[in-house]
Design a protein around this ligand. Structure first.
Ligand code: ADP
Ligand code: UDP
Length: 239
């Protein structure tokens, strides 16, 4: 497999074509962004940590019957994935209130959400990723009702698998964002699952172990990601 030209450089990853038209290489960089890319910093080891964290999670999800784009790790910071037509929506499930939900509805951080909520956001940094609904998705052609239904079902299935996995490691899966794409006509989980795109709190102390450490200037960001990985059994390599 040969890595060819850069197709796209996002805020945290770069995407390369390969000699196989159905496969891409994702390169996880150390860039860490918040507030829709308004704040960007380099954090040592973050690319390697997120790449290997994501590989571990994608393999767990795949074993649980969830179709994912992940093929294999190529190096500490690179992964081979299926090339997909991405759906420009972020699917967010919340088990506890935090972040934008607290800001928008004035509810208390940490409030249990029973049942967990499901929300859609349009992937558009210039607009600050606005919240949208299924009707918008259909009218603007972002996804069909059938695709949304599939994404909702898969996003909740991910919740079952991962809430249990993190709980075993003494953590609460507060919320998370997933992105899906279409491969061979099927909805498949894409992008990444890492502490950059979810909230994880220590079950007992409620210490934040995710990207909120970066957003809120709490320090030890990558150290916290490594701690989460260690608790669920990820073994990191840095070279
Ligand atoms: P952003 O674009 O939000 O800044 P990243 O820096 O993570 O995010 O860039 C990765 C890009 O690659 C995202 O736009 C994501 O939608 C896209 N992507 C992720 N997985 C795949 C895939 N399997 N096929 C095609 N594109 C993908
Ligand atoms: N999230 C993300 N990318 C985004 C927006 C949100 O990965 O562009 C994740 C975020 O890390 C959290 C969940 O989605 O785990 C819900 O985010 P929220 O709507 O609370 O927004 P935030 O407070 O992060 O702006």
């Amino acid at each position: 497999m040969e890595k060819r030209e850069e197709l796209y450089a996002g805020k945290a990853k770069s995407v390369y074509t390969t000699d196989d038209a159905n496969l891409l290489v994702l390169v996880f960089r150390n860039d860490t962004s918040a507030f829709d890319g308004k704040r960007i910093e380099q954090l040592d080891r973050k690319g390697a940590v997120n790449n290997q964290f994501n590989a571990f999670i994608m393999q767990k999800l795949s074993a649980a019957g969830i179709p994912t784009h992940f093929e294999k790790l190529l190096s500490p910071t690179e992964a081979l994935v299926k090339k997909m037509e991405m759906i420009p929506l972020e699917c967010v499930v919340r088990n506890f209130a935090a972040g934008s939900l607290v800001r928008r509805l004035g509810v208390t951080e940490g409030e249990v959400l029973n049942p967990p909520t499901f929300e859609l956001f349009l992937k558009n940094d210039a607009l600050g990723d606005p919240m949208v609904n299924e009707s918008h998705a259909q009218s603007f052609g972002w996804a069909t009702p059938e695709q949304i239904e599939k994404m909702r079902t898969l996003t909740f299935k991910v919740n079952e698998v991962l809430a249990a996995l993190f709980l075993e490691g003494g953590m609460l899966l507060v919320d998370y964002k997933l992105e899906f794409g279409v491969f061979n006509g099927e909805i498949v989980l894409g992008d990444e699952f890492s502490p950059d795109g979810c909230r994880l709190w220590d079950k007992d102390t409620r210490e934040k172990l995710d990207k909120d450490r970066f957003r809120q200037g709490l320090g030890n960001v990558v150290e916290a990601y490594e701690e989460v990985g260690r608790r669920i059994g990820v073994e990191f390599r840095y070279e």
